[in-house]
Ligand binder design. Structure first.
Ligand code: ARG
Length: 461
């Protein structure tokens, strides 16, 4: 059993149960590289400011580098009896270097140390999510390009509403995911300030150079209030919020995919590599990946609530409650990374069935608005046109007809403004092609949306 960092004041060891309860090494060991990088920057600064000797500084840095390599290669095992990753690295360093190792923690506390580690860790994780989001947006754009002329029913209240194209529908998700990228970029900017040197809470009596460590660790600046430095977990909340929203977007998309590959819709078919079967029903092909994504959105929302609730009653500065931040935010990252990793290829390999979409669009009076717009074009006020077409639809339902199969005489019973050109006006292709307003469903407009998203992607580094 290793020595606790706080031996001296205490006359008894921590009880085993309390020790287990207190420990965080089983989940904070994933920050070992960041912890060591932070310590190397701290040691370099202590040496540059002559707080420790140059010789000790060099020894510490080269030994930390060795420890990092050994952990990377798996030749050094974590001592799981240590309380946390910080204690483990310091213990290992001291075991190897003696007093030089004992000097590393000068002008530092685990409170600023962990605050640095988690920022460095999440900064990298956020970059992974951003890259995966961009991949998914690219896949969506490719599909949207291919199906920008594929007519499908657009829905409101899950009732057939107006004809749109599959490309237009897909691009709505590209817009959401683009906002998700910018939310993460934005959170990254705010979190990229360095708390190292905040000490336990009040700063330090040593003449440290906080700008030096901030720069060495790739931060934009050093945080300006040491109490805030050690107790700020806003970035965890912001990132968890951004992730919960990404998962919410993927969940909505999943719900549609689940509907679309049902036999009621048959708009798409998922590739076998991204579908599962049933243990009893031989005919089944289930969209488990989409369902799991919809389900996992719940846990990322849960993690956001966990973080907000954990923080809400905390007095300044550090409190042990804050150790609870890691499992929640790591789980959010792991979940969204897994989801995005499988979602993109699932989408890329899905087979789209435009003929079924077109058939579904041909039923359900999806062109009724266009029929009303036709009358408006002939001079009738929209509200009157709406009423006339409403009555027309009621007649169609009564007679088992559609707007396409109604005769011109029948049309004229409702308004003499109807002419033979009404049939062309309510043709689905015409309905879609005429929706030329900004952001609308006409292929030329969807093309613009595609260009916008592609340009945004290209302008991001
Ligand atoms: N494991 C702790 C955490 O994650 C590290 C900081 C410990 N600081 C302390 N004063 N006990 O928050």
């Amino acid at each position: 059993m290793n020595d606790k960092l706080w031996t001296g004041r205490f006359s008894k060891a921590l009880s085993d149960a309390a020790n287990d309860y207190n420990a965080s090494i089983h989940f904070d060991k994933r920050m070992y590289a960041q912890d060591i990088t932070g310590s190397m920057a701290h040691a370099a600064m202590l040496s540059a400011t002559k707080i420790i000797s140059e010789e000790d500084g060099e020894k510490i840095i080269s030994e930390l580098e060795k420890i990092l390599n050994e952990l990377n290669e798996g030749t050094l095992a974590f001592d799981m009896s240590c309380e946390d990753i910080h204690s483990f690295v310091e213990q290992e360093l001291t075991r190897r270097l003696g007093d030089a190792g004992r000097r590393l923690h000068t002008a530092r506390s685990r409170n600023d140390q962990v605050a640095v580690d988690i920022r460095l860790t999440l900064r990298d994780e956020a970059d992974k999510v951003i890259a995966l989001l961009k991949d998914l947006i690219r896949v969506i754009c490719e599909k949207a390009e291919a199906y920008k002329g594929a007519i499908m029913p657009g829905y409101t209240h899950l009732q057939r509403a107006q004809p749109i194209t599959f490309g237009h529908h897909l691009m709505a998700y590209a817009m959401m995911l683009l906002r998700d990228v910018s939310r993460l970029e934005d959170a990254k900017k705010r979190m990229n300030v360095c708390p190292l040197g905040s000490g336990a809470l009040a700063g330090t009596t040593f003449p440290i150079d906080r700008e030096m460590t901030a720069k060495a660790l790739g931060f934009d600046s050093a945080c300006l209030n040491s109490l805030d430095g050690v107790s700020d977990r806003d970035f965890c909340v912001e990132l968890a919020g951004a992730i919960a929203l990404i998962m919410t977007h993927l969940s909505r998309f999943s719900e549609e995919i689940i509907l679309w590959c049902s036999w009621e819709f048959r708009f798409i078919e998922l590739d076998d590599a991204y579908s599962t079967g049933s243990s009893i029903m031989p005919q089944k092909k289930n969209p488990d990946i989409a369902e799991l994504t919809r389900g996992k959105a719940g846990r990322t929302t849960g993690n956001l609530v966990t973080l907000l609730t954990m923080l809400k009653g905390l007095p300044l500065a550090y409190n042990k409650d804050m150790q609870e931040d890691k499992e929640a935010i790591f789980d959010s990252f792991d979940t969204v990374i897994m989801a995005l990793t499988v979602f993109s290829p699932m989408l890329e390999t899905m087979r789209v069935k435009p003929e079924n979409m077109r058939l579904a669009a041909a039923k359900g009076f999806i062109n009724a608005t266009d029929c009303a717009d036709y009358l408006v074009g002939k001079g009738l006020p929209f509200r009157s046109a709406y009423k006339a077409v409403g009555a027309l639809v009621a007649k169609c339902i009564e007679k088992g007809k559609t707007l396409e199969t109604l005769s011109l005489e029948e049309y004229k019973e409702f308004s003499d403004l109807f002419d033979a050109d009404v049939y062309e006006a309510i043709g689905l292709e015409a309905c879609v092609a005429r929706r030329q307003s900004l952001g609308a469903t006409a292929p030329a407009q969807v093309e613009k949306q595609l260009n916008f998203v592609k340009n945004e992607l290209a302008s991001m580094k």
